[in-house]
Design a protein around this ligand. Structure first.
Ligand SMILES: [Fe+2]
Ligand SMILES: [Fe+2]
Length: 172
């Protein structure tokens, strides 16, 4: 059985993950609109991954006999200044999500909830990857600057990104 404090915190995290999904879908639309189909693909996969994160928490609450309470999803930004701006916003957002996951982990420590800690470990590792990916993209874009050919090639590379099911959802 999940304790009430942890149940509430995980429900809040489900909402945060859905907000992330919505943010990345909005970024995907902006990239498509501004003629960057590869970046649009990259963010569309981010969108799917964030929905997966929400589903992992959702399944976990139910598995522990808790109650899922879905809340409204707040509006997300719709405009960015440049591809660099989109990826800088992505990194800043992922850093905030990392802090949320860390706070959740701290709560499970305070409440001696070892099962929740075990579940959260996947998310701690995932956040390291999320921040690294966003940082790599920023590094690439800074190197390319306003070189059109460089941007074209990077967009082509991002078009090749494919979705894969995260391990906690394998077979679900
Ligand atoms: Fe996430
Ligand atoms: Fe994320």
């Amino acid at each position: 059985m999940l304790n009430k404090k942890i149940e509430d915190a995980i429900n809040a995290q489900i909402n945060a993950e859905m907000w992330s999904a919505y943010l990345y879908l909005s970024m995907s639309a902006w990239c498509a609109k501004t003629g960057r189909p590869g970046m649009a693909n990259w963010f569309e996969i981010q969108f799917r991954e964030e929905q997966d994160h929400a589903r992992i928490f959702f399944n976990y609450v139910l598995q522990r006999g808790g109650e899922v309470k879905l809340q409204p999803i707040e509006a997300v930004p719709q405009e960015w200044k440049s591809p660099l701006d989109v990826f800088e916003s992505t990194l800043a957002h992922e850093q905030k999500v990392t802090a949320l996951i860390n706070n959740l982990f701290a709560l499970t420590t305070a409440e001696n909830d070892y099962a929740s800690q075990s579940m959260l470990k996947w998310f701690i590792d995932e956040q390291v990857e999320e921040e690294e990916n966003a940082q790599n993209m920023i590094d690439n874009l800074r190197m390319i600057g306003d070189n059109g050919y460089g941007l074209f090639m990077l967009d082509k590379e991002l078009a090749a990104r494919v979705y894969s099911t995260p391990s906690p959802l394998a077979g679900k």
